[in-house]
Write a protein that binds this ligand. Structure first.
Ligand code: FES
Length: 290
């Protein structure tokens, strides 16, 4: 234990101030990234802009690596948990000097991946922070690599224990974050079966919510009133999303499309069954689940 602490302290002492700043910033930011996901009540769910399922769905159509993400959508919860633990582990490893060169390379590839997915369409490119993080990780990695020509990825017994400890620390931090989740700012928070205030759902707009059976759902408001459907695809259970440009609820997994303005009838793809209807109504100032 004392040796470990001594090696962490001397790792900081032996680095130049410039490298220390980069290392500290990357380590803290990756831990914060993990914590932000762990405490986000929507992250592992199916609805909300920060939901991993919705993010993967978006990447599957917008990223040049979209074909990879299509396969992950069905396992979005597992992908989310792995990402969360990995971010914690990379942050801890960076601050506590565990396999530093290898971890810096992993940080670089992760940032590069986020650049090609999450911020691929950000223009101009420098407004997407992943570009800057990819460059920071690469610079840090090259500094640690020095004159060596390859990264040593073989771990002795002590190295394996330290990597394992980090994974456990990442998992524990994730569990702690899930236990201390941020309060969900939700229209249903006032209780009962209220879904969204009418004023927040103008005619022509949609709103995603969790239906009373716990599944993702979406409500539409037109000049004729409100109606809603389950977002569970009737083919194999992926989560559909509304595409305003296609005027259809589209499933990212195998391409089923449903017409929300015609009782969610199947427009195309492998499904034969319309989406389930969720009964909703207007009650005073609210759209409610009936
Ligand atoms: S699960 Fe939706 S099309 Fe297959």
């Amino acid at each position: 234990m004392r040796t470990t602490i001594r090696s962490i302290v001397s790792s900081w002492k032996n680095q130049s101030p410039a490298v220390r700043v980069i290392r500290f910033w990357l380590g803290i930011t990756w831990i914060y990234g993990g914590w932000d996901k762990a405490t986000d009540p929507d992250f592992l769910g199916k609805i909300g802009a920060t939901s991993i399922s919705k993010q993967l769905t978006g990447y599957s159509t917008s990223s040049p690596l979209g074909f990879l993400f299509r396969h992950m959508i069905e396992r979005s919860t597992a992908v989310g948990i792995i990402v969360m633990i990995a971010e914690f582990a990379i942050g801890f490893a960076t601050l506590f000097w565990v396999a530093p060169t290898f971890i810096a390379f992993v940080g670089f590839t992760m940032s590069l991946g986020l650049w090609i997915t999450a911020t691929w369409h950000v223009k101009p490119y420098f407004l997407g922070s992943d570009t800057a993080y990819a460059v920071l990780w690469l610079s840090y990695f090259l500094t640690l690599l020095g004159k060596r020509r390859s990264v040593d990825v073989s771990f002795d017994r002590r190295g394996a224990i330290r990597i394992g400890t980090l994974a456990v620390a990442g998992a524990l931090a994730s569990v702690l974050g899930r236990g201390l989740q941020k309060k969900k700012v939700s229209a249903t928070a006032s209780g009962g079966n209220q879904i969204v205030k009418l004023v927040d759902l103008p005619v022509g707009k949609t709103f995603e919510f969790t239906s009373s059976d716990g599944g993702p759902a979406i409500v539409f408001r037109t000049k004729n009133g409100v109606f809603a459907y389950s977002e569970i695809c009737t083919h194999q259970g992926c989560t559909v999303s509304y595409s305003a440009s296609d005027k259809a609820l589209v499933c990212p997994c195998h391409g089923a499309a449903y017409d929300p303005f015609n009782a969610a009838a199947v427009l195309g793809g492998p499904s034969n069954t319309p989406l389930s209807t969720v009964k909703v109504a207007i009650n005073g100032d609210w759209v409610v689940q009936a």
